[in-house]
Write a protein that binds this ligand. Structure first.
Ligand SMILES: [Zn+2]
Length: 623
């Protein structure tokens, strides 16, 4: 990245701010007064992406006045707390309406650009260097960062570095290896944009290379089937030709998920990392959009218990402003699929306010950590989610028993009001919600998992059944319950009754019913479910994954090939299934005229080896 000392036009291009970082002569050298200058190396570290947006501002300062932060005045605050010569408010980079950058002195200290004292403000061009120490100014020459004399003057008497900045044009090629590694890790983009010069003219002549709709269809086969989100093939397609680039971009947008994990502790250590990462993403969004976002925001990595201290509180205040500016940026396109695992209410509300009109699928982790923020956060608007089809709620326990407080959340109550148009609901564990599901008139598919995830110890199945039981009758088409090794709220008999009551209420519409539990209590089903096409009752819902899985199906689901008597059938290995109620007598009714097939999944044969008894006989046999 050297050799860019000539001033370059900044019009319309995003910039990037580098800061000179000293490296000690060896990894073990911690001596600030080490004078072996030849072995001390300096390198430019990319500190922040400077976006070319009219009115965008970046203030460079020590960050000592963060409490009085005024976003309108400072814009993005870039913090350099550990340098010898950065004042509280040192200088400001501003972008004007014609796409030019300006460096403005803020009066707290002197600023030198390419060796000259900055009067009040001056055009900032790509390749410019600026710093605040008069000593450095006397020695200035464009190649100075490589010379030894420079290094001698780079520290004050206490051994602290003077800050030196370089402003450059932001290009994919301008990124360092390190940056590229980080980018791959964060958002899985590893290719540069298409360059016309690399096109092979012979290839481009063939009509297939210009037909976008055909190309798009072909490129859809390049989406990886597993969870690998690298999308390398699609990125490579972007490099072939202009029309390949356009078509693969369409497919990428649908399948690319922006992954973002932010921890407050990292922000305390590296305060400008957000300006670097988020603004880089904003820069990239000009050319590459995406439908999906997955965001984790935590106080620190991998613990549910610890919340904030004074230092984190400060970091959160600044983070909320930066994050809101990022999400509400005009270039930020509508997102359709959003997964949030966030421990703070403000970013949750920022995301939902921005994307509520475009979201089709939403996953939220619900815990008391962010719900407690309700006391100090304002959220006045009621959001509506007109396109939302699928909602996933994951319940996480922070302190013992705090799942019971979730129903008091006012924010959640407002959200549920906005969610009532959904068609599909997925629940991972459960806690009583502020309102019932009565108004969810489009809800057709329900899946609930109970397990020891996220610190949860008891599966509140009865609370779920009582709240879902308020749905209008004969509305649900698919209902799945999977209970792993976890204690279930109240007694099996009470659960059995509540479940049967719910199933009776939905018996007219149910097409798919899957129940799995590791306890051996009988499961009662309504006798008459005229539309039921698929039934599975067993130990696990993922029965095709296991080698031997005992379970029950409707005999009409069993293929002819696998029908037959299975002599070693052991009914004690699965929950008994009992029909409740009388037959309706109609010939078209599936469950009234069908028997249950008991058996096990045989992975080798890939078939359900079954035993088809008369239901009453089975019941009598196991008494
Ligand atoms: Zn019937």
């Amino acid at each position: 990245m050297e050799g860019e000392s000539l001033p370059a036009k900044t019009h319309g291009c995003d910039g990037v701010l580098f800061v000179l970082k000293g490296k000690n002569c060896s990894p073990v050298c911690r001596d600030d007064y080490c004078i072996d200058l030849a072995k001390h190396t300096d390198e430019w570290k990319r500190e922040a992406v400077i976006l070319n947006i009219p009115g965008q501002k970046y203030t460079i300062g020590s960050g000592k006045n963060l409490e009085s932060l005024d976003a309108a005045k400072y814009g993005q605050f870039l913090l350099f707390p550990n340098y010898a010569d950065v004042t509280k408010e040192q200088c400001k980079i501003e972008c004007d309406t014609s796409g030019n950058f300006w460096l403005c002195s803020l009066g707290d200290g002197e600023t030198f650009v390419n060796g000259k004292l900055l009067d009040s403000k001056d055009r900032l061009k790509f390749g410019d260097m600026f710093y605040f120490s008069l000593n450095l100014s006397k020695l200035w020459d464009p190649e100075l960062d490589k010379s030894k004399i420079w290094k001698l003057y780079r520290r004050n008497a206490c051994g602290r570095d003077f800050a030196v900045f370089k402003f450059k044009r932001l290009t994919p090629k301008g990124r360092t290896q390190q940056d590229n590694k980080e980018a791959n890790h964060e958002d899985n983009a590893n290719s540069e944009d298409f360059h016309g010069s690399s096109t092979n003219p012979k290839l481009v002549k063939h009509p297939i290379f210009d037909e976008n709709s055909i190309l798009t269809k072909i490129f859809e086969y390049l989406i990886p089937e597993n969870n690998d989100n690298q999308q390398k093939d699609l990125f490579n397609c972007r490099l072939v030709s202009k029309s390949w680039n356009e078509s693969s971009l369409l497919v990428l947008q649908k399948n690319l998920v922006l992954n973002l994990t932010i921890t407050m502790d990292n922000l305390i250590r590296d305060p400008n990392s957000l300006a670097n990462r988020l603004h880089w993403k904003t820069h990239r969004m000009k050319g590459l959009k995406f439908d999906g976002m997955k965001i984790n925001i935590w106080p620190q990595r991998s613990t549910y218990y610890i919340r904030d201290n004074e230092e984190r509180d400060k970091a959160v205040v600044k983070f909320n402003q930066d994050f809101s500016a990022f999400i509400n940026h005009p270039d930020f396109h509508p997102v359709k699929v959003l997964t949030m695992n966030i421990d703070y209410l403000t970013p949750i509300s920022t995301l939902l306010s921005k994307f509520c009109h475009s979201l089709e699928e939403l996953t939220i982790q619900i815990n008391m950590i962010w719900i407690r923020d309700e006391n100090k956060t304002r959220f006045l608007e009621t959001l509506i989610f007109p396109k939302l089809k699928k909602l996933t709620l994951e319940f996480c326990q922070q302190e013992e028993g705090d799942l019971g407080k979730i129903r008091e959340s006012k924010y959640l109550a407002q959200l549920l009001e906005g969610f009532k148009g959904i068609e599909q609901l997925v629940l991972k564990n459960y806690a009583k919600l502020p309102s019932d599901f009565g108004p969810f008139k489009n809800l057709r598919k329900i899946t609930i998992y109970g397990g020891c995830n996220y610190n949860v110890e008891i599966f509140n199945l009865l609370d779920f059944l009582s709240q879902i039981g308020t749905l209008p009758a004969d509305q649900v088409r698919s209902f799945k319950v999977e209970i792993d090794l976890i204690d279930v709220q109240v007694t099996p008999v009470e659960v059995e009754e509540a479940l049967l009551c719910f199933l009776h209420n939905q018996a007219g519409s149910l097409e798919n019913l899957e129940l799995s539990a590791r306890y051996t209590q009988p499961i009662k089903l309504p006798r008459c479910m005229p539309n039921l096409k698929k039934l599975w009752i067993g130990e696990s819902l993922n029965w095709t994954e296991s080698e031997f899985m005992w379970g029950a199906k409707l005999s009409s689901q069993v293929t002819k090939k696998s029908k037959g008597h299975m002599s070693e059938f052991r009914p004690d290995t699965l929950s008994l299934v009992l029909w409740d109620g009388d037959e309706c007598g109609q010939e078209s009714c599936r469950t009234c005229n069908d028997t249950l097939a008991f058996g096990r999944w045989n992975q080798d044969e890939r078939e359900f080896v079954c035993y088809i008894p008369n239901v009453e006989n089975i019941w009598a046999w196991t008494q």
